[in-house]
Design a protein around this ligand. Sequence first.
Ligand SMILES: Cc1ncc(COP(=O)(O)O)c(C=O)c1O
Length: 444
Amino acid sequence: MSEVVLKSKETPIDFNTVQQKIKASGLPSVGKASIREIVRLVNEIEKETGDKYIRMEMGVPGLEPSAVGTEAEIAALRKGVAAKYPMIEGFADLKVEISRFVKNFMNIEVDSANCIPTVGSMQGAFATYLVAGRSNAKKDTVLFIDPGFPVQKQQLNVLGMKYEGFDVYNYRGEKLKEKLESFLSKGNISMILYSNPNNPSWICFTETELKIIAELANKYDVIVVEDLAYFAMDFRNDLSKPGVPPYQPTIANYTDNFMLLISSSKAFSYAGQRVGMMVISNKLFSRKYPDLLRYFKSDSFGYAMIYGAVYSLSSGCSHSAQYALAAMLKAANDGSFNFVEDVREYGERAKIMKKIFTENGFKIVYDMDEDKPLADGFYFTFSYPGMDGVELLERLVYYGVSAISLAITGSERIEGLRACVSQTSRSQFEDLDYRLRMFNKHYS
Ligand SMILES: Cc1ncc(COP(=O)(O)O)c(C=O)c1O
């Protein structure tokens, strides 16, 4: 049973039901639960009480999928692609569109052969651990620039692979160099992984920081895996025009030792079909790593990735979803579909929701990109004075508000929670305000 002390039983959601459901969940601590465990608990409470929560725990797209994708997928299914195994390296038209996409929206050149569809970026990350993470026998550890997406660490736990990480917030700008070097100079790091914009903090790396990461990756011969799950979603800049600057910032401008994971889940609201993109730099794709022969038939990085890792994991990626992605990318590349405009709503919501939180006594935890205020986007982080994140999360559940604790993300800011704005519609803002006001009244 929980040790968290609750100050009032006059909570917006029936106190006894919440308490009983928490107990029945068997969770040793609500505040430390995984994203999916919180989802299950809140589903149970909603079912029992009939009350609707402000659900901020899971990064589910809250928008309609792009019609361009859905229509192309239906057409592909009607054509009968479901009966056929897809090519493991991906359907040719899709590979071309991915290559065009990175040229148009990042201004980088990557051959279409080196652009591979994956079963979401989730699988993309798993495959990178299998190949990049095992490319050099002396380097057995993955380095996360944290805070980060908790499931990526779970993947490494499942594989029995080692990882290290550090919370980047205290090492922004030039300070990043010394910190990063303190890890890389030990010689055990095979690859660095970070997301940009960052899940959970919504930090966006500056060009100075990307340059530092790249320079050190070159110096220590480490592969950088840039996770662009929130591609073009730093809404402070308009990154939506193909072939026109500004572009999505990337490490690829500063090193050849890179791989990109680009998810279709958020930028194209296509999470359900589990299709993402892996882009491997031309140089890295053809590079030979003799130590890969421990696990794969080939020592060539790209070959091992496709015919070793991706083949073993799922024999490629859903055929019809590849058609959908190809169509969405083509429309974006041709300038007939502004995918960024469709998701800008998240930034608008975040701005209002942050205001509701701060007006009710809460604080924003990660709030700056070096000298610039943080962007408003898919996530934000918050805390309440005098409480750690574990207490805060459990208490908020009684007020009909769910989130996840930063403690499970590699963050040092254990007082904080991550809020995802995608599932909170504007019609719920009034409820959010009321619930936070009650909370503030009881705990201030
Ligand atoms: C940082 C990050 N990487 C990867 C993913 C997974 O993406 P996908 O749905 O393409 O597997 C997510 C999803 O929330 C994410 O936040």
